[in-house]
Design a protein around this ligand. Structure first.
Ligand code: NI
Length: 149
């Protein structure tokens, strides 16, 4: 149920933001290896995921079938300089972007959840799948953050 996803989303971001808020900025910015993301960069990637999915979740309700570009994740991180963002601001941006997304998700009418969404170059999936997968992706990266903090 997407309403469960929305509830879990709020719970997980509140608990995580509280915990990561106590993390030292220098730890958040440490890259475990030159080609690996720091905690800040992972959070930045999750902001990118939130803003892209925000667009998908709203746009999918306005069309018969959604076609939307993917985002080039490493390039997005590099271009936005996430490792130089103020840590507390980035964390707050992430927390609030997700709270808003939860607010959007609970308002999607049930009959819209089957709308097909094609995120190029992948096969089309339903809006419901995108919403569920959004949380799975977020949790995957939070486990990565756990290991690095
Ligand atoms: Ni990812």
């Amino acid at each position: 149920m997407v309403k469960d996803v929305a509830r879990q989303l709020v719970d997980v971001v509140e608990v995580t933001a509280e915990r990561l808020g106590r993390l030292d900025e220098s730890v958040a910015r440490t890259k475990p290896a030159p080609d690996k993301w720091s905690i800040q960069e992972i959070l930045g990637h999750l902001v990118d995921s939130a803003v892209n999915n925000h667009q998908r979740f709203v746009r999918a309700q306005l069309v018969e079938r959604l076609t939307f570009p993917k985002y080039e994740q490493d390039e997005w991180i590099r271009l936005q300089g996430y490792n130089e963002s103020p840590w507390q601001e980035l964390l707050e941006l992430w927390r609030l972007a997700n709270r808003h997304l939860a607010h959007v998700i609970v308002r999607i009418p049930a009959d819209q959840l089957g709308t097909l969404c094609e995120i190029e170059p992948y096969e089309p999936v339903t809006l419901e799948f995108l919403i569920e997968d959004y949380l799975v992706h977020l949790q995957h990266h939070l486990r990565q953050v756990d290991k690095q903090s």
